[in-house]
Design a protein around this ligand. Structure first.
Ligand code: NAP
Length: 300
């Protein structure tokens, strides 16, 4: 079966997409689609629903992995229509086409669907209340997929980093080389999550879900799952952990969010509870500090 299983991976050059391209080969034949592709049939722009339908019809996948999103949290405040097309409308079109083809649709969402007022890690059943355009458009995407139904997984993750793309780890490493003092927000709490941990867990879940031996019911399994590294910390503590491995050690100063105003509001507390993932699939991502060490070692 895995010889003939066709997998469509959208956005193979994003942080999660890059790692998925490497992990998902074990599940079948991976075909990538991205905005600029050497094969014009595989050019996809999530802001253009015709291009989504054309690519899916071309590949006729058994699995669709959607690693694409409008992820510029601050910019989304001034581009709400585009963020909505990519984060809300496109996932709905993908879910519809997946359902028509009886394909399994894998989509990623965010801790920013919550407002951050919880005092304990958010469960999948907790009330959502996004405080940014990005969070609101991602939530609308989730809701559209759920309304369409079929076979789907929505993995909510958080604070994603890796050795490529735009992320906090690479920004801290760059700034450490350029500055002697770094002021970092110390009153937002979440779980830094390595992109490779997300891709590995996603691949393991798909392997289990599609195992002919296990014969799992994909309709029953469909739903939202929280998927972050274990533990939680603040951006300041995360920066400390990153810079502990850096060659040059600038002075780090903790600051409140109020001293670092941004166009988009962020939840103060957005730790996610990963118990559903562990109980359903027996899978836990590493604790954030272990994952950071593994990521930095892998990047050497
Ligand atoms: N980054 C985080 O901290 C974070 C936190 C929580 C959840 N998530 C979620 O995790 C998932 C993966 O995020 P990530 O960090 O891997 O994202 P990323 O590194 O920003 O990559 C996003 C990818 O989406 C592609 N893309 C954007 N607009 C597109 C469009 N109109 N058509 C086709 N492709 C488009 C980009 O392609 P181009 O190169 O062409 O721009 C890029 O490859 C997303 O669903 C995101 O919402 C991320």
């Amino acid at each position: 079966m895995s010889d003939t299983r066709r997998i469509l991976l959208i956005a193979p050059e994003g942080q999660v997409g890059w790692e998925l391209l490497r992990c998902a080969q074990s599940l079948g034949k991976v075909t990538t689609a991205k905005r600029v592709h050497e094969n014009p049939q595989l050019c996809i722009d999530l802001a253009n629903t015709d291009s989504i339908r054309r690519v899916v019809e071309t590949v006729k996948p058994h699995i669709i992995l959607n690693a694409a999103a409008y992820t510029a949290v601050d910019k989304a405040e001034s581009e709400p229509e585009l963020a909505e097309q990519i984060n809300s409308t496109a996932p709905a079109v993908l879910a519809e086409t997946a359902k028509r083809l009886n394909a399994l649709f894998v989509h990623y969402s965010t801790d920013y669907v919550f407002d951050g007022t919880n005092k304990y890690p958010y469960k999948e059943t907790d009330t959502t209340n996004p405080v940014s355009v990005y969070g609101a458009t991602k939530l609308k995407g989730e809701q559209a997929i759920q309304a369409i139904g079929g076979h789907y997984f929505i993995f909510r993750t958080a604070w994603v980093y890796g050795m490529r793309g735009k992320n906090f780890l690479l920004t801290m490493q760059r700034l450490a080389g350029e500055r002697d003092l770094l002021r970092v927000v110390d009153d937002q709490r979440g779980a830094p999550t390595w992109s490779r941990s997300i891709a590995e867990a996603s691949t393991q879940i798909l392997a289990q879900s599609l195992s002919p031996r296990l014969q799992l019911d994909l309709t029953e399994l469909a739903g939202i799952y929280h998927m972050t590294c274990g533990g939680n910390t603040t951006w300041y503590r995360f920066a400390q952990a990153i810079l502990a491995h850096a060659e040059k050690q600038p002075t780090l100063e903790p600051i409140p969010t109020s001293a670092y105003p941004t166009p988009a509001k962020r939840p103060t507390y957005s730790t996610l509870c990963n118990s559903k993932l562990a109980q359903t699939f027996g899978i836990r991502l590493p604790d954030w500090e272990n994952a950071l060490t593994l990521c930095l070692d892998a990047g050497k």
